[in-house]
Design a protein around this ligand. Structure first.
Ligand code: ZN
Length: 192
C-alpha cells in the first residue's frame, strides 16, 4: 500500500482501521478509514480543509455544501479557508435535500466537499440537488479518493490522497471465509 502523508496522518490518529468491514456498497473490506476520528483533531481538520480549499479555489466556489454526516466537519473547514459559508445536505430517501433553512442562490457557484469518496454516490446526489435548486456545481473536493479512479462527476474532482484498498464481494471475501465477524462502521444518519 502506498502511503501519502495524509494516509500516514490517518494511521497516526488511529483512523485507519484494520479488520472486516461492510461498506455502504454492500462490499466487504479489510481496511476502513474513519474520518471522524481523524477530524476529531481540530488542527488536523483545519490543515486538511486549507489543503482542499487550495485544490478547488481556482473554480471560485461561493458556497460549500457537504453530504451529512461524513462531509460536515471537513466542509466547514474548507469553507473557513475559502471565506465562504458552509451548508450540509441530508439524505431523504433516495435523494438529498437542504433542511434547517439552508438555501442556495440561483447561479451560485458551489463546491461539494466529502470526506471519503468510495462509489461517489452521495456526491452525485448532492450535485443533482444543487442543480435542482438552481445552483451551479463547480468543484468536488474530498480528503481521500478510494474509488480506484472510478468516481467521475459533472464538476472537476480533487482529493488530497488516493488509496486503493482491498474490496471483496461477500461471496468471495477471504475474511468471511475465515469466519471473522463483520463490522459496520457506519457513517450515515445523525437522526433528525
Ligand atoms: Zn467478508
Amino acid at each position: 500500500m502506498d502511503s501519502p502523508p495524509l494516509i500516514r496522518s490517518y494511521e497516526k490518529a488511529g483512523a485507519l482501521l484494520q479488520g472486516h468491514f461492510l461498506l455502504r456498497s454492500g462490499m466487504h473490506t479489510d481496511c476502513y478509514l474513519q474520518s471522524a476520528i481523524f477530524l476529531s483533531n481540530p488542527d488536523l481538520a483545519t490543515i486538511a480543509g486549507e489543503a482542499i480549499a487550495g485544490l478547488i479555489q481556482g473554480e471560485k466556489p461561493e458556497l460549500v455544501i457537504a453530504p451529512a454526516v461524513g462531509g460536515i466537519v471537513i466542509g466547514q473547514e474548507v469553507a473557513r479557508a475559502l471565506g465562504c459559508r458552509a451548508l450540509f445536505a441530508e439524505r431523504t430517501g433516495d435523494s438529498f435535500a437542504l433542511r434547517r433553512g439552508f438555501e442556495v442562490g440561483v447561479g451560485e457557484r458551489v463546491g461539494v466537499i466529502e470526506d471519503i469518496v468510495t462509489t461517489g454516490g452521495s456526491v452525485k446526489l448532492v450535485l443533482e440537488m444543487i442543480e435542482r435548486l438552481g445552483g451551479r456545481p463547480v468543484a468536488v473536493g474530498a480528503l481521500i479518493d478510494r474509488s480506484g479512479g472510478r468516481a467521475h462527476f459533472a464538476a472537476p474532482f480533487h482529493s488530497l490522497a488516493a488509496l486503493n484498498l482491498n474490496v471483496f464481494t461477500p461471496d468471495r471475501c477471504p475474511l468471511c471465509a475465515e469466519g471473522l465477524p463483520l463490522e459496520k462502521p457506519g457513517s450515515r444518519g445523525l437522526g433528525a
